[in-house]
Design a protein around this ligand. Structure first.
Ligand code: FES
Length: 102
């Protein structure tokens, strides 16, 4: 496990959501009213890019088959059968966002 610097905190605050790549993993970062989260950027069903979906509160909607995932836990709430969305520990330090990757 290693913590990796992946993004500028202020930039995420402005956009609310940002796709980044770290150690070969596509990640989606979220700032939900000041709370930081990180998930895989790729839907666990058929690999659609979740950055192209919408976010409603703590839910990210997959643009391909309308799957819904709870951002803080990754739990699937609706959609075709598939594993939950992978989530990653995230923290802020020195104005940067850090993600813990396996
Ligand atoms: S690819 Fe996301 S629900 Fe099918």
């Amino acid at each position: 496990m290693a913590w990796i610097d992946v993004a500028d905190r202020a930039a995420l605050a402005r956009s609310g959501r940002r796709e980044v790549e770290a150690a070969g993993i596509a990640l989606l970062l979220y700032d939900l009213e000041g709370a930081l989260y990180a998930t895989s950027a790729i839907c666990p069903h058929h690999a659609a890019w979740l950055s192209q979906g919408s976010v409603e509160g703590e839910i990210v909607n997959c643009p391909r088959h309308m799957g819904q995932f709870h951002i803080p836990t990754g739990r699937q709430l609706r959609g075709p059968a598939c594993p939950d969305l992978r989530t990653y520990p995230v923290r802020e330090e020195g104005g940067r966002i850090w993600i813990e990757l396996p």
